[in-house]
Design a protein around this ligand. Structure first.
Ligand code: ATP
Length: 326
């Protein structure tokens, strides 16, 4: 079903194709008290889609709920829910995802500029376009993974491996833990490879391969990351040149972490990291240290693995915007 013309204001880019929509709503997510599934279905209908609600009580239900899905999948929940749906639909860019943020950090939504109360977010999708969204692919001694936000080793992965992530949901606590570890951590030097180019041996206090701007409890480590660029942002801190605790805390608070002189940020499509038994994280999941195991971790961008619906602000609408294929 097409949207009524009145929903496409004059001068707007071609609206994303409306039509069939599916609502996935993690009613266990923190923000779910804000609206009922019926409220969301009505709001999605009001912006021109034909929604059905598929109830899920866990991640395991998603495969069946999304089997043969077409059109747009609205996903209400936190980053864990967005990840679960994204991984189920990876490599199916003909299906469009629309994020309705209802978690604590909402890193995926924030990276897309999607913020606000669920019903306001849905209203904003009345004027939206479809953009590609990359994923990251990981191959390590522990197996294969996909990530939506980030994968890395060093201080942040060690903090996550040490503390149960479920306990670390206070952004303040997590920022404190990260910055404390960053300044005391004693890593061995490793020689990473970026797009086939070997880098000098370096002990990394932090080595994060980012797809979104933030990861974990809203740690904005890659302010310039763009999940539609077909590349990943490699954010590094050389332990020998690291700065003091307050410097990192202040930079995170100012939202210019990458501007610090001890932080190096490089875009790459393929990253190889020697594995010496260190802990890794893949989004919010920990791949614990494997003592005595050596090898390598290969991280690659998967350009346009997903498609995302993104609201278009009235003033900033580009006249010749692409529809985001591929
Ligand atoms: N479709 C789903 N339906 C029910 N449960 C889900 C679904 N998808 C994921 N889950 C489970 O719910 C957990 C929590 O989800 P999520 O992280 O989105 O919410 P949250 O804990 O409120 O968010 P935040 O971590 O930002 O506070 C996920 O890690 C996952 O195990």
């Amino acid at each position: 079903m097409t949207a009524p013309d009145s929903l496409a204001p004059e001068g707007a880019p071609a609206p994303a194709q409306r039509g069939p929509a599916t609502l996935i709503y993690n009613t266990n997510a923190g923000g779910s008290r804000h609206a009922s599934p019926d409220d969301l279905v009505s709001a999605i209908h009001a912006v021109g889609f034909t929604p059905v609600y598929r109830a899920t009580s866990s991640e395991e239900d998603l495969k069946e709920a999304l089997d043969g899905v077409e059109g747009t999948v609205f996903v209400a929940g936190g980053d864990g829910t967005q990840r679960a749906v994204a991984l189920t639909l990876a490599g199916r860019p003909e299906v469009t995802l629309a994020v309705i943020p209802m978690g604590t950090a909402n890193n995926v939504a924030r990276t897309l500029g999607v913020q606000g109360e669920p019903l306001d977010v849905i209203a904003a999708y009345g004027r939206a376009e479809v953009r590609p969204f990359d994923l990251g692919r990981v191959e390590g001694p522990w197996g294969e993974d996909l990530f939506l936000e980030a994968c890395g080793c060093g201080a942040f992965a060690d903090v996550m491996a040490e503390y149960d992530p479920e306990e670390g949901k206070s952004p303040l606590r997590a920022v404190q833990a990260l910055t404390t570890t960053l300044t005391t951590f004693d890593p061995p030097p490793v020689r990473i490879t970026l797009d086939g180019q070997e880098e000098p041996d370096t002990p990394f206090a932090l080595l994060e391969v980012m797809n979104t701007k933030a990861t974990g409890p809203r740690l904005r480590l890659a302010t310039n990351a763009d999940p539609a660029d077909g590349q990943l942002d490699v954010v590094r801190i050389d332990a020998t040149g690291r700065e003091g605790l307050l410097t990192y805390l202040a930079a995170l608070a100012r939202d210019d972490f990458e501007a610090l002189s001890s932080v190096e940020s490089t875009r790459a499509g393929r990253v190889e990291i020697p594995y010496t038994g260190q802990a890794f994280h893949v989004d919010a999941e920990v791949r614990p240290p494997m003592q005595g195991v050596t090898g390598r971790v290969l991280i690659e961008a998967w350009p346009g693995a997903l498609s995302m619906l993104v609201p278009v602000a009235e003033q900033t609408a580009a006249p010749d915007t692409t529809t985001g294929e591929g």
